[in-house]
Ligand binder design. Structure first.
Ligand code: B1M
Length: 212
């Protein structure tokens, strides 16, 4: 089996919500010489996008969507140490959250994992987080960067209100705000007055590196 076929095996394990087989497929891809970030992006994440499309078209139900989240977590286990090898520290605090009304947290967690391994102190507030909690965390940890994740289009208003709240309390000039997640775009970041948009977890790290 070559690298490409092995990554395809990872993608298929996710699409087939194969919770028992996914980690084995990931190990097989690594053994075939695939790069860990390719296994993540072209295997696990690409598979999740297909699950999302099948859910949207009515082919999959909420059960599959929930299970797919668990499949992703299981698939990440053999990758984690490979994606996060470092001993650099002390690049400052980043407050990370999925905004109010949105409980998707897998992508945000990946961003957090990559930022920690790049030497940032990650203050992960979790998902469904109010603007007030974001403001409190920025104050408490004197964070210079806020990372907001959003996957649900109807919750764009929560992103907007987080930016507005940081502005209202006078913190906007002190922090850089970056956004990311399936329904966000560079255009949305610009429209909301944010400082950047991360297409994926690595892009989020590059942006934060640029801002320190
Ligand atoms: Co939901 N869901 N979901 N879901 N879900 C989506 C997002 C959806 C696109 C599926 C679809 O219909 N095609 C759709 C949203 C449509 C829209 O509004 N545009 C959707 C829906 C509708 C829903 C519900 C409303 C379903 C329902 O109940 N009827 C419901 C909402 C609940 C709520 O939040 N209030 C719901 C629930 C769920 C589960 C809980 C079952 C589960 C999430 C489990 C969890 O997160 N713990 C789930 C899942 C798994 C998905 C899909 C299939 C996969 C999401 C995921 O984890 N991807 C998703 C389909 C899709 O995204 N196309 C879908 C893997 C992850 C690694 O990628 O999160 O994109 P992602 O993160 C990436 C980048 O986006 C980026 O880096 C990450 C790594 O590369 N990134 C950042 C993310 N955050 C970033 C922040 C940054 C920078 C980069 O800077 C700060």
């Amino acid at each position: 089996m070559n690298e490409r076929e092995a990554i395809q095996g990872v993608l298929e394990a996710v699409v087939n919500v194969d919770i028992d087989g996914v980690a084995e497929q990931v190990r097989a891809a690594l053994k075939a010489g695939a790069d860990p970030s390719a296994v993540l992006n072209e295997g696990l994440s690409a598979g999740m996008r297909i699950v999302g499309e099948r859910f949207q078209s009515g082919e999959y139900f909420l059960t599959e969507l929930v299970l797919a989240g668990e499949v992703l977590k299981a698939g990440l286990v053999p990758l984690e140490t490979l994606l996060t090898k470092t001993d650099i520290q002390g690049k400052g605090a980043v407050v990370l959250a999925t905004v109010k009304g949105d409980i998707h947290d897998l992508g945000k967690n990946l961003v957090g994992m990559m930022l920690s391994s790049a030497g940032f102190e990650v203050i992960d507030l979790g998902s469904d987080v109010s603007s007030q909690r974001i403001v409190e965390a920025v104050r408490k940890h004197q964070a210079k960067i806020v990372g907001l994740s959003l996957l649900l289009t109807p919750m764009v208003g929560s992103l907007r209100s987080a930016v507005e709240e940081l502005t209202r309390v006078g913190l906007r000039q002190q922090v850089r705000i970056i956004i990311g997640g399936a329904c966000t775009t560079p255009g949305l970041a610009k429209e909301l007055g944010c400082d950047g948009h991360g297409e994926d977890a690595m892009a989020a790290v590059y942006l934060c590196e640029k801002f320190i």
